[in-house]
Ligand binder design. Structure first.
Ligand code: ADP
Length: 635
């Protein structure tokens, strides 16, 4: 006998099992990949979209495209979108619609669409008119229709209207605000029944503006004629683009293409309140926002497809959105940013040169800055160098002046001799003349001759003083045209007495042609004076048999050459390189500055000075100075 286990102990009973099953199913359902948000699920929803003119007829095509895209993106169900065009609206209103109605009926008789979305006024009128025959139970969204064209009496609980409101007054106001000089508004609206309706509306709303602007109506013209006139508009005219489906000559047009042609030829800005034309052909202003209307339409359609009641969805007619302007058109027509209504948005602004080439311009700016800094630095350096040059010339002039004093100090004896000689003669002559005049019969002719001698001696003494003063005068460094032979002669005249006093023969052999150089006469005199005194000092220091200083000038290529040689002991070989160094001297009382200053002066004249020993003894100093090409005086 087998033991019986109580059923309750192993079997919890069917209610418990049922609960467990439900929990498991719920957990399983939660774990299974459910339809993600936005992922279509269930039966496809059939959407019928009815266009008023054509799939590509602006501005409605722009609304339809956005609605279609948004609907496909936002619909939680798979969508079966079918689109039809009510072409007859273009030519006739109402037109031969029966065949189209039959076609739709046969198409949807078995299975009507889940929703009908009509785009534009003619489509709205059509679906309202034929709803009973075509889809009596189907909910409808009448969108992109101007509120004046909504047939409110035929609206049912199964309809939602997303209407817009064309505020022509506000639009004309905005035109006159951005272009205050406007005198004429040329209105482009075609001649189809719908366009005729709008023409009257525009005329009515334009009336209050007639005191400010003149209106020109192109409704009766062929589009070719409109283009012709638009190309020759008088100044201060603007074009108002309404609609162009049928022109005055009965020719049908694609709104988009017609506007593009007009834009290409018109000599005036084109304004339209349809955003669909904005961005290429029109200036802008307050416009119907495609996104706003489309968004509301899509919201309504999804609510309805989800079971919402169309009559519950109430949407106020949508007016113009905040104004938007095309920056390129503003530039083209000289529209100032300050004239735009407050809150306006400017689009398509072309990036300025800074935005477009920012890094290139920054690089150029950096290069210019660096270059500017370098140039500034170089200029500062140049001016500092100039200043230093002027400074050094001044110092040189001062040093040279001091050096002249010391040279002249050495000449004191000879100068005293030079002055004493004429003074002595003057005294002797004066005494002789006095004695002669004391005699009873003075020989006046002789006295006259004595007076002439006195005068000549006085002039000699004065000349010595003048030369001395000219050498000792303190002058700034001055570059003038100098004839070197003359300068050399002057210096020789200066040291002649000294040479004579020391029993030294002073020989001078100057070039036959004039040796013109650019230089400072006093400073060059000083150079020659130094070299001649040094030469005489060198001879005086030794017991030379031949006591001679020889000065020669000659033209050597493009340089004037001055050679000063002596018959002294010459320069010790080791000292040859040092003689031009400052403070180098072998003389007990020497300062060692004469040759250093001489070299500085010669180099300041773009010349060269050198020292060497002659083969037969004695030193030879050679100076080369560039011959002046242009002999005009310069400071
Ligand atoms: P300082 O005459 O005061 O010595 P310088 O600069 O004029 O200064 O001359 C420097 C030295 O060059 C002289 O001391 C001398 O030794 C040497 N010197 C210059 N000229 C001659 C010359 N003609 N012959 C030999 N030595 C010379």
């Amino acid at each position: 006998m087998s033991a019986r286990v109580p059923t309750a102990a192993i079997n919890p009973g069917w209610p418990v099992l049922a609960v467990r099953l439900c929990v498991c199913l719920l957990v399983l359902a939660a774990m299974l990949p459910g339809p993600a948000s936005g992922e279509p699920r269930g039966e496809p929803k059939r959407v019928l979209m009815l266009h008023s003119f054509g799939r590509d007829f602006l501005p409605w095509s722009a609304f339809a495209r956005t609605i279609r895209t948004e609907l496909e993106q936002q619909s939680p169900w798979p969508l079966e979108l079918q689109e039809h065009n009510l072409l007859s609206a273009r030519v006739n209103n109402p037109g031969p619609e029966a065949p189209f109605v039959d076609y739709l009926r046969s198409l949807y008789s078995g299975r009507p669409p889940d929703i009908v979305v009509s785009i534009g006024a003619p489509a709205a009128r059509f679906v309202q008119k034929y709803r009973a025959q075509l889809f009596p139970e189907t909910p409808m969204v009448l969108t992109a229709v101007e509120q004046r064209l909504v047939n409110r009496t035929d609206l049912t609980d199964n309809d939602t209207v997303i209407a817009v409101y064309n505020d022509f007054s506000a639009f004309f106001d905005s035109i006159l605000q951005v272009l205050p000089d406007t005198q004429t508004i040329a209105v482009v609206i075609g001649a189809s029944p719908l366009e005729k309706f709008w023409l009257e509306e525009v005329k009515r709303e334009g009336k209050p503006f007639e005191s400010r602007v003149a209106f020109v109506w192109y409704a009766d013209l062929s589009f070719a004629e409109i283009l012709k006139r638009a190309s020759m508009l008088p100044p201060h005219t603007v074009l108002f683009w309404g609609l162009m489906s049928i022109d005055g000559a009965g020719v049908a047009h694609e709104g988009d293409l017609a506007l593009r042609n007009l834009r290409a030829i018109a000599n005036a800005p084109i304004f339209s309140f349809q955003e669909a034309y904005f961005g290429r052909d029109t200036v802008g202003g307050p416009m119907h926002s495609i996104n706003e209307s489309s968004e509301r339409t899509v919201n309504a359609a999804i609510r309805i497809l989800g079971g919402g009641k169309p009559a519950d969805i109430k949407v106020q007619p949508i007016g113009f959105a905040s104004p938007k302007y095309d920056w390129r058109e503003m530039q083209r027509w000289g529209i100032s940013e300050s004239n735009l209504p407050p809150g306006s948005e400017i689009l398509f602004r072309e990036p300025g040169i800074w935005e477009r080439y920012s890094w290139q311009l920054s690089l150029i700016a950096c290069v210019i800055l660096i270059q500017g800094g370098l140039i500034g630095g170089l200029l500062r350096e140049r001016s500092r160098r100039r200043f230093a040059e002027v400074e050094s010339r001044q110092r040189l002039a001062e040093l040279a002046h001091l050096n002249r004093y010391s040279a002249v100090g050495e000449l004191t004896t000879s100068i005293a001799h030079e002055i004493n000689q004429p003074l002595g003669s003057i005294l002797t002559n004066a005494e002789t003349a006095e004695l002669m005049l004391k005699s009873s019969s003075p020989n006046l002719d002789e006295v006259r001759e004595i007076l002439v001698d006195i005068k000549r001696d006085d002039q000699r003494a004065s000349e010595v003083i003048r030369r001395l003063r000219s050498v000792l005068k303190k002058t700034p460094f001055e570059m003038r045209d100098i004839e070197l032979n003359e300068t050399v002669r002057q210096v020789i005249g200066f040291v002649a007495a000294m040479a004579h006093g020391r029993d030294i023969a002073l020989k001078c052999c100057t070039a036959s042609a004039g040796l013109h150089v650019k230089g400072d006469a006093v400073q060059l005199q000083q150079v020659f004076l130094n070299l001649m005194i040094n030469a005489m000092d060198a001879i005086s220091e030794v017991e030379a048999k031949k006591r001679e200083v020889c000065v020669t000038t000659s033209l050597s290529g493009a340089s004037a050459e001055i050679r000063i040689s002596d018959t002294g002991a010459g320069i010790a070989t080791g000292d040859l390189k040092k003689v031009f160094d400052p403070f180098f001297t072998t003389k007990p009382q020497g300062m060692g500055m004469g040759l250093a200053i001489a070299r500085t002066i010669v180099e300041a004249h773009h010349g060269q000075i050198s020292a060497e020993n002659q083969p037969l003894g004695g030193a030879l100093f050679t100076i080369r100075l560039p011959i002046a090409r242009d002999r005009s005086t310069s400071a």
